[in-house]
Design a protein around this ligand. Sequence first.
Ligand code: ADP
Length: 370
Amino acid sequence: MANISIKRIKKVYPNAETATIKDANLEIKDKEFVVLVGPSGCGKSTLLRMVAGLEDITDGDLEIDGVRVNEFSPKDRDIAMVFQNYALYPHMTVFENMAFGLKLRKTPKAEIKEKVEEAARILDITHLLDRRPKDMSGGQRQRVAIGRSIVRDPKVFLFDEPLSNLDAALRVQMRAEIKKLHRDLQATILYVTHDQIEAMTMGDRIVVLKDGNVMQFDTPMNLFNNPANKFVAGFIGSPSMNFIEGKIDTEDETVFKSKDFKFSVPADLRPCLKSYADKRVYFGFRPEYIYDKAIEKTKRLSQSMEIEVQALEPIGSETFVYFHFTGNPDHQCCFRSDSGFVYQIGQKVTIGVDIDRLRFFDAETEQRIM
Ligand code: ADP
């Protein structure tokens, strides 16, 4: 059992002018895999390090299984942490590295051997137990670092960008391995990454942070389909959601007007935009949900919009088509096209957006309008 309650937690570093973590409230459930994601400097590591006990908590309560642990030292929190740089002892073998923590705790020798061998088996590094870190690849070293935390059988695992030093193919492999490990160990995991794809593929739920604020704490699919604000909408998904800034017409609030672009708001969305007459809003639509009207005949699409193709990025399975609405280079947008359809730069295309996937955001608060 290990649930983690983060209650009104704040962090102000000495000499810092603003708080690094403003007012974090998160309930992490037992056995949950929770990912902290956000741009560099948003406070992910700070939050993780406060849970680990490596950083003081300025204000608020941190509870593990209902016990307030703010003042507990790291070793009394029953937590294991895996870092990006592995932090292995270079002069020790893999076995010795993995056994080190247990030795310090005066665990009997036979038990150490059993635990290290079991962890090595789970991580498929049994054949490396006599090697030293310098004779291993990055991926192998990271497995040893994970092994060192497994042997301690902690309540909670904390991972701080553990895959950042690995090449792309190995990162994908290790992602799958860590997920499997989570299933096998049935442990609570808190995992930091700046990579939204890593967050989406690994987390049961994801905390999106920006400037020390929690922007949304939700499942991957909810972040993608129901972002609470413009930041989450733009951060999750690749290529990013397209945004066009404009106004809801004063006389006719069924019309979104932007420079050189008019859009009739679909009936389903009109009620929520009622109070937005003459206010600035963002109109948001994902590259996945834009269709070429000459091709797509079955979906419920918005009114036709004329675009001009500006650039093409074929990635094999599909092509990212960058465009602006005819005559307006301010409106840079992108849609994903099946690679079977060939477009030319400068070509005019008539598109429509899947009506169920349209989103509007308040331009002042950046909150989603629902
Ligand atoms: P992230 O992990 O999201 O990249 P960090 O938690 O490392 O972000 O840092 C968040 C902010 O706190 C940054 O602006 C960073 O400069 C600042 N910061 C981190 N550690 C310290 C420290 N020990 N003293 C002062 N400021 C710090």
